[in-house]
Write a protein that binds this ligand. Sequence first.
Ligand SMILES: [Zn+2]
Length: 408
Amino acid sequence: MSRLIKIWMVALWSMLAGMAQAQELSGLARVEVGRSQITDTRGGGIELRLGLTQGVPYRVYTLEAPERLVLDFREVDWRGVTQEALLNADAVEGLRFGGVRPGWSRMVVDLAGPLAIETVEMVLDDSTGAADLTVALSAVSAERFTEVSGAPYDPRWDLPPVSGMAKVTALPGEGPLRVMLDPGHGGIDPGAERDGYNEKELMLSFALELKETLLRSGGFEVMLTRDEDRFVSLERRVALAHEQGAHVFISLHADALAAGQAHGATVHLLSDSASDAASAKLAERHDRDDILSGVDLTGQDDVVADVLLDLARQETKPRAKRLAEAMVEGIRATGAPMNKRPLRHAGFSVLKAADIPSVLLEVGFMSSPRDLENLTNRQWRISVAAGIRDALRAWAREDAALSQLVRQ
Ligand SMILES: [Zn+2]
């Protein structure tokens, strides 16, 4: 796909985002069969035309093995659409369409050979709001097809494949403790900002320093949800911990709250209700940041999945609580300033890994001048990292002993 088309598509995503919101009030966009058709074009190419009752955000790309064209849409209504009605091209072998994840629809066009996207255009009718999407593909060599194919990276579609999420998380036993560090925010989401510093950069530095501290001491395997300045959705952070079989998950933050509300290190645990207004505000803000940075794809778990998750959380809860308590003790022992209520509860999405003890550490608050001075001081951060290392060691020992007791 040419660079120009890609840039243009990104612009379209954002342009149509507002439109999609308005559309939710008036029902889904429908595919109009009479204005939709896939036909052969000269030289072995195809042209796909889709008539929609309203414009929606979308993206178009090709994938290999087998060769296929993929169109993703903010949810559309396919009622009345059939392969027979749409398909009138020899260069196409088949057609599939339907929902792909909550709020999103997909059409997959199975190609008879390597065809590359040449042009993509969505024309909106000003008076009716209807949209016509036209995608033209032309025949290319297999090499060229490989070059231009692949799902585009998009922060709104960054969940790892489902197959990769099935890994069972083991209890920490004889081997190293596998720690997933999660530097908060990133990319288009800077987190808190004060005096030319921002949370996303400070927390990435801290995560890398903490990783170094843990690796040097031995007995740890350390993974990061991001090791560069890039946006990672909350769901992906949790999914990565699962995928890589993490034993514990630690989200690292240094947020800003209105003056006087917060200073000193604070460890948050997941709960359905927040322990206090400040924690509730923090959780709400983090979840909202994620939604603003992309499109929220969550919130559609079915009831059975919810029950299973709750069961898993019941077992994980006491382990997570002991982890949070160990962290408070470990950091306190370094002499770092602690919040006067250092252990709190809130409904952070990032803590929702059902089977992995997860905590969210506010290392300090950027809104507190004293905390900001500490946070921007590498020596201070390294001493806190050592406190966390001691906490993890103490927790792993206790957790192993307790899980043996349970097994006996
Ligand atoms: Zn944060």
